[in-house]
Design a protein around this ligand. Sequence first.
Ligand code: HEC
Length: 442
Amino acid sequence: MVLQINTPIPKDLPLDLPLPEWLLVSLLIISFLLHIVFINLMVGGSIITLWAQIKGLKHKEYDILAHEIAKTITVNKSIAVVMGVAPLLSINTLYTLYFYSANALTGFAWIMIIPLVTIAFLLTYLHKYTWHSLEKNKSLHIAIMGLAVAIFLFIPLIFLTNVNLMMFPEKWGTVKGFLNALLLPNVFPRYFEFLGACIAITGIFLVWYNGRKSYPVEEIYTNFTRNTIKRIGYSITTVGLSLQILFGIIVLFTLPSKGISYSVIAVMAGAGLLLANALWLCYKTITQNEIIIDKHFKKIALSILCFLCFYGGSRQMYRHNALEKHQELVAVHTAEFQKLSKQAREEAIVLQQQEAAAPKTDADLGKGVFNQYCAACHKPDVKLVGPPVIEMASIYKGDKANLQKWIKAPGKKRADSPQMPGFLQLSQSELDQLSEYILTIQ
Ligand code: HEC
C-alpha cells in the first residue's frame, strides 16, 4: 500500500522482449561481470599508477612499476568499454521503465558521463605517451594522471546513483536530480566497496602480469625481482579486499529491506566468505617467506572470481526483489490500458459498421451533391459568394419546383452579388436529393 501511495506508477510499453527473459538476465549478469572486471582494472590501475608514481619520486623502482601499470590501463579501458555495451543494452531492454526513469532523473550528470569518460581516456593516453618527454617535469606528468584518477573516481558515482535510483521508484516523485539521488541509502557504501574491488583486482592482476614467463622483469627493473613485485601485488590485494569486506558489511546493513530475502543474504554471505578466504590467503602470503609466494595464487584468484559471480548474482536477485512489487502494479496499469484501448478500437469499428450499414436518406445524398457543386459559393449559415443555405430554405420552403428551376437556370436577384452559374448537368434525382437537403436545413 505504502508503495502504491508514494510511487508514480506508469504503464509499461506493451511490447514483447526480443529474447526470453532468462536469457537476457543471464546475458546481463555475465556481460556485466566481464565489463566490471576491466573497469576495476582500469580504475584500480590508475589509482595504483598514481600511487606508485608518487612513491617513485623517491624510489626509482616504483616509477618503473608505475610506467608498467600505466601501459595496461589504456588496454583494459578499451576492453571495458567494448564489454560495457552488452550489459547496457540488456539492462535497458529488461528494465526499460526503471532505467529510463533513473536516467531522466539524474539527467545532466548522466549525460556528463560521455565528456568525462572521453577526457579521462585521453588523459590516460597523454600520460602514457608523455612518460619520457615529461621526464624532467614529473609534477606535471603526475598531475595528468591525478586528473584522470579524479575523473575515474567520479564517474562510478554517477553510475551507482543511477542503478540505485532505478530500484526505488518510490523516490522518483521526490528526488531532485543527481546530487539529491546521490544521498540515497547505500550509494556511498557501495561506492567504497567498488573502489576496494578495483584495488584488490588490480593487485591480483599485477601478481599474474609480473609472473608471466614471457615478461622480462630482469630487463625492466634494476632492483625489483619478480617476487618483490608479486609481494607488492599481494599487499595491494590485501588492502583492497579489506576495504571491500568492510564496506560490503556496511552495504549489507544499509540496503533498504524491500529487496532483501533469505536467499539474497545467503548469496551475499557466501560472497563475503569468499572474500574473507582470499584476504586470509593474501595475508598469509605476504607475511610468510618468499619461496612460496605463489602457493596460494590460484586459490586467491579463484576465490575472487567466485566472489564476482556471487556478487553479480546477488545484485540481480536484489534488484529483482526490489522491483517485483512495482512491476506487478505496472502490469495492472498496462493491462487496464490495453483493455481500454482494445475497447476503444472495437467501438470505433462498430460505429463505422453502423454508419456503413445505415440506409442513406435523400438528404444525406443531397449533402454530397451540394458539397460537390455548391459548397464553393454557399455555406450553411453564413454568406459566402452567394446567400447561406438557411436563406434558400426560407425562400423556397415547400416550393421544390421553383428551387430546382433556379438551380438549373438562376436569375439575377441581389445587387451586391454576381450572377450564379446554372447547373443543367444535374440529373432529376440529383436535383431531388439536393433540394431535399436544402429544404431540410433549419
Ligand atoms: C460560382 C458561385 C456559385 C455556385 C457554384 C452556386 N451558386 Fe447559388 N448563388 C450564387 C450567387 C452569387 C447567388 C446570388 C445570385 C443573385 O442573388 O443574383 C446565388 C444564389 C442562390 C440561391 C438563391 C436564389 C434566390 O431565389 O434568392 C439558391 C437557391 C442557390 N444559389 C442555390 C445553389 C445551388 C443548389 C448550387 C449548387 C448546385 C449553387 N447555388 C451553386 C453563386 C453560386
